[in-house]
Design a protein around this ligand. Structure first.
Ligand code: MRU
Length: 353
């Protein structure tokens, strides 16, 4: 991470997947090893690894692990075990399309050499997982170069959730743009939405910004409107978990309110994502499945060491929301910056992916 290790990384000696346990940051930087697809599926569900591109790469390696384990089985059993593992990984989280995108790509790689032995297919699947991981980093660098052009010297940027190296294999999407602008010598500062309830902003984005030496301040999510209305923000940047054909963007819960407040105050809003996050099979964001997570994530916080809520309190916990495309100024991808009308321009730019 940040040049030392990737968020999702293969250990070639032990034939294991290694991932940073993002639940422990910023307190501890710990790396956990995984030997089976079941373990990787659990890690995705429990958010040891999170962020759309990172869970796509993790799922690809999870399937490579399943193939490795089944490589001495007969061809039919091998195929069956692969499909079962893919189904299990795919069910881990529903909103980020990178998960099913990566698994489809892996199954297609195995399918293209069905006549080969299971051991040969397992080797090809590991190569494909490496390709998915390496491409993610290259894609993020390309996106960062396009996005950094949109950032001006002196900008204060409001950022939601975590979209940095931790949310990807390395470098990041929206945070990667901010990092690239900073490395170009632009004087940028970041207002970091803490991002209730899992606090990806306060814990992970702030931790990354510390490493990169980019000035930042954490704000509570409800303060974003105030900073936008009083002219203290020049740009709003966030990532995406799934983008529909009309440019509607599903992203971390709270993104919609942030985009509404930015639009109302004429502050440009940019969603930054790789083409693997686009789901052009969906005509609008209304069709994107929204994950609802356990209410314990909302109710678990404490104040001065005491529970915050009355005993028996109930909570709702949608993990994502959809920002309608009308609120978005431009979409930043590795193929370039896409402006409205999004339906035509997204299809033209990404349709042939
Ligand atoms: O629930 P998470 O932490 O996996 O949600 C992550 C986000 O919403 C990110 O903004 C999104 O995946 C894009 S980050 C490259």
């Amino acid at each position: 991470m940040a040049g030392e290790m990737r968020t999702v990384q293969w250990d070639p000696e032990r034939h294991q997947l290694r991932m940073i346990d993002q639940r422990l940051l910023p307190e501890r930087l710990e790396v956990v090893s995984y030997q089976s697809a079941e373990e990787v599926a659990d890690a995705i569900r429990l958010m040891v690894v999170r962020g759309a591109p990172a869970i796509g790469a993790a799922a690809a390696y999870g399937l490579a692990l399943a193939a490795q384990r089944a490589s001495s089985a007969g061809p039919e059993q091998f195929r069956r075990e692969l499909e079962q593992a893919a189904a299990r990984l795919n069910a881990a989280r529903p909103t980020a399309v990178n998960l099913s995108w990566a698994l489809r790509r892996m199954l297609a790689a195995a399918g293209s050499m069905e006549a080969a032995s299971p051991a040969e297919q397992a080797a090809v699947l590991l190569e494909e997982a490496h390709r998915i991981a390496d491409e993610d980093v290259a894609t993020n660098m390309a996106m960062a170069a396009f996005g950094a052009e949109l950032i001006d010297d002196g900008d204060t940027i409001l950022h939601h959730c975590n979209t940095g190296a931790l949310a990807t294999v390395d470098w990041g999407t929206a945070l990667g743009v901010i990092r690239a602008a900073h490395e170009q010598g632009k004087n940028v500062r970041v207002l970091v939405d803490e991002t209730r309830p899992r606090l990806q902003g306060a814990r992970l984005t702030a931790w990354e910004l510390e490493q990169y030496g980019i000035p930042y301040e954490i704000i509570v999510d409800g303060a974003a409107g105030h900073f936008l209305r009083t002219g203290q923000v020049q740009k709003v940047l966030f990532g995406a978990d799934r983008v529909a054909a009309n440019g509607d963007v599903a992203n971390k819960i709270g993104t919609y309110m942030l985009a509404l407040a930015a639009h109302e105050n004429r502050v440009p809003v940019y969603a930054v994502f790789p083409s693997s996050t686009a789901d052009l099979s969906l005509s609008s964001g209304d069709q994107i499945p929204i994950e609802e997570r356990d209410e314990a994530e909302v109710l678990g916080i404490q104040y001065h060491g005491e529970p915050v809520f009355p005993r028996g309190a109930k909570a709702r916990n949608p993990a994502f929301d959809v920002t309608p495309h009308e609120l978005i100024t431009a979409l930043v991808t590795e193929k370039g910056v896409i402006y409205p009308p999004f339906t035509e321009n997204l299809a033209r730019c990404l349709g042939a992916k």
